[in-house]
Structures are given as C-alpha cells and as structure tokens.
Design a binder for this molecule. Structure first.
Ligand code: GSH
Length: 192
C-alpha cells in the first residue's frame, strides 16, 4: 500500500494525486495540517514539506521525483511519450517549472508586475499547446500534471482570466474530462 502525506490545498500534492489517479492505483492519504505540522513529518522529509510518498517504510519527497517514481513503478498507462526527444522536452518543462511558479507565487503575494509576468508564462504554455493537445505531445503526461494544479488555482483563486489563452483554455477543458483533473477542480471549488 502506498501512503501519501498530503495537503488538500497544496498544488505540489495535487501533482501526485493526479498521477496516482491516472495510474489507477490505490493509496492511503494522511492529511497534514500545514499550519500546525507534526514534528514527525521532518523525519520523513527534512524539508518538512508535503507531498511525501511512503512505500513499505521507504519515503520519497519532491512531487516531480515522486511522479517519475510512480510512472516507472506502475508503467501503464505511460505518462511520458515513447520518443526520447519528446520525453526530454516534457521533462525540460518540469525542470524549468520555477520560471512559471515564481510569478505565480509573486502574484499570490500581490507583488507588483507579477500578473503581467505570469501572463507571459501562460502565453508561453499557450504557444506550445497551439501545436499539440498536451504539454508533451499527443497524450496526457507528467508535464500536464506538473502544471495544471497551478492553472486551476490561478483561475479559481487568483482570478486570472484564461480566455485570452485559447489553446491553454482548451487544454484545461480537455483535462477536466479526465477523472484525475475533475477531482482536483472539485477540490479547489470546494475550498472557496
Ligand atoms: N519542491 C517541493 C515543494 C513542496 C511544497 O512547497 N509544499 C508546500 C505545500 S504546497 C509545503 O509543504 N510547504 C510547507 C513549507 O514550506 O514549510 C515539491 O515539489 O514537492
């Protein structure tokens, strides 16, 4: 059995929830109150952050690494394309996620100019999605689960208008047809 130390409001945890749901595996959730974190969380992850995945006493932090692990441990359906170049391009997006998340968190903090900088990042994703339905090609994959949790929160929590980014809007719409993403949309809607 897999155990996920999780926080419903955390988009990094959402990455892992999406991947587990896409793989159709069962897992147990231990909800962590981020406002009052238990001391033992630091034994599982010295950074004191969620998500952490536990498998038979072995623990793994970091959402991008957990996602890769789950994808390899449960190979079907594959969440990276077979073509090495397309796979590398998808991984590059996850690797450079900070370029996108920095203005997102600046916007959340109300920092001047952050909305414009975040919109530039949305425009970049939009330009990729004009060429392909998902961020790493013809099939849903880890680049999509890597970004969609923030797209949902940007729209529903930060009031970011997604309509001007039509390919990106269609991507979110396509995503919402998947149970893994629909569950996240519902979760965020319920937290309002
Ligand atoms: N790089 C980590 C980031 C995880 C993260 O920042 N989680 C937040 C909740 S969304 C957290 O645990 N924050 C507590 C803290 O920063 O002390 C990952 O990808 O898993």
């Amino acid at each position: 059995m897999l155990t996920l130390y999780d926080a419903a409001r955390c988009p990094y945890c959402a990455r892992v929830r999406i991947v587990l749901a896409e793989k159709g595996v069962e897992w147990e959730t231990v909800e962590i109150d981020l406002g009052d974190r238990p001391g033992w969380l630091y034994e599982k992850n010295p950074a004191g952050k969620v998500p952490v995945l536990e498998v038979d006493g072995w623990v793994l932090p970091e959402s991008a690494v957990i996602s890769e692990y789950v994808n390899e441990r449960f190979p079907e359906p594959p969440l990276w394309p077979a073509d090495p170049g397309a796979r590398a391009a998808g991984r590059l997006l996850v690797f450079r996620f900070g370029d996108f998340s920095d203005p997102y968190y600046d916007l959340r903090r109300g920092k001047e100019g952050a909305r414009e900088r975040f919109e530039q990042e949305l425009a970049f994703l939009d330009s990729l999605l004009e060429k392909m339905p998902w961020l790493s090609g013809p099939a849903f994959g880890l680049a999509d689960s890597g970004y969609l949790p923030w797209i949902i929160r940007a729209r529903d929590r930060l009031g970011v208008e997604l309509d001007p980014f039509s390919a990106l809007s269609r991507w979110l719409e396509r995503g919402s047809e998947r149970p893994s993403i629909a569950a996240e949309l519902e979760l965020v809607a319920g937290q309002r």
